[in-house]
Design a protein around this ligand. Structure first.
Ligand code: GDP
Ligand code: ZN
Length: 311
């Protein structure tokens, strides 16, 4: 019997999984009833999983194997499920596992910097204890001073920020340094240049970009499942379908206030210990907002998110 090999799941497709070994060899693997997982109650196999597999003889172009063991995930991005339509205790679907950081790609302009979306990601990253890297692409379209002004709040929050331009190839070295050796889950609003940027990082046209698809008339590429792509300098990029697909059920109206970390120091000034900072009189956060100590845009994002959560 052949010995077990190990690798990482880089793609899922139908009933098989593409597993990549450290040397770059890709193997098409299946699971069997004897496949053992350390992630009880979660999806059996997801992109990003470290697995052990047994290679088997195959006549196909790509080597084949059977997954023997799936290692415990250190983190997981889970797809949102409609609970009402999911009474059958169906497993939560893991979009990607073992992520080291969340990378939010936004654009300085065209489309304009989407602060509501960035704040949503920030709250999500806080709730999941995932580090967040904010990439601001299309910096060529913005006045540098105005752009820095827009980012002051995020710098004050201690956010790691990379301003880049895929078009002018600027800021890419710094971005590469932040990605090296890590598994980074990329997401962002469509049109911000995420695909263009990932292609540049990979050094090849792996993902379809808006320009290509408008030429072929095939419509804009949308990612419905995650794909893991190995970076030339080590580390992986996982292209994810985006936060609208993520399960945000870890965030509630009660705990949201803990994920807007700059609010925390004003909370002791609130009249009520369970103050939601929305309608309560004598709210320390609202006072800080009025005195200019809290960015009104951040407070607005908080209100929008709060309203979007179930009571
Ligand atoms: P995605 O939807 O986020 O994957 O975006 P695409 O990669 O498809 O890019 C959307 C559009 O933005 C395309 O027309 C790109 O050529 C353009 N684009 C990407 N990066 C930049 C940039 O740094 N500057 C400018 N001006 N345009 C860019
Ligand atoms: Zn309050």
């Amino acid at each position: 019997m052949k010995e077990l090999l190990s690798g990482v799941v880089v793609r899922t497709g139908g009933a098989s999984y593409i597993v990549e070994c450290d040397d770059g060899l890709q193997v098409r693997c299946r699971t069997v009833s004897g496949t053992v997982s350390d992630n009880e109650g979660e999806s059996l196999v997801a992109v990003g999983d470290r697995v052990k597999f047994r290679p088997k003889a195959s006549g196909t172009e790509m080597p084949e194997g059977v997954i023997d063991h799936v290692a415990r995930r250190t983190s997981a991005l889970v797809r949102r499920r409609d609970i009402r339509r999911n009474r059958s205790k169906e497993l939560e679907q893991v979009i990607a596992g073992n992520i080291d950081q969340l990378v939010v790609v936004s654009s300085a302009d065209d489309p304009p910097l989407n602060r509501r979306l960035i704040d949503r990601y920030l709250a999500f990253a806080e709730s999941e204890h995932l580090p967040l890297l904010l990439v601001v692409n299309k910096s060529d379209l913005a006045d540098p001073v105005r752009l820095e002004e827009a980012l002051v709040t995020y710098r004050a929050l201690g956010c790691t920020i990379c301003c880049v331009s895929a078009a002018r190839r600027t800021g890419l070295e710094e971005l590469r340094a932040h990605l090296e050796g890590k598994v980074s889950a990329f997401s962002g609003h469509s049109g911000v240049g995420k695909s263009t940027l990932i292609n540049l990082l990979l050094g090849r046209k792996e993902l379809k970009t808006a320009r290509i698809s408008s030429r072929t008339g095939k419509g804009v590429h949308t990612t419905s499942s995650a794909t893991m792509l190995r970076l030339p300098d080590g580390g992986y990029v996982i292209d994810t379908p985006g936060i609208r697909e993520f399960n945000l059920s870890g965030i509630t109206r009660e705990n949201l206030r803990f994920y807007f970390t700059e609010f925390l120091r004003f909370m002791p000034d609130c009249g009520f210990s369970s103050c939601s900072h929305t309608v309560e009189p004598g709210c320390g956060v609202v006072r800080a907002l009025e005195s200019g100590e809290i960015d009104p845009e951040r407070y607005e994002s908080y209100l929008v998110l709060y309203e979007s959560l179930d009571e």
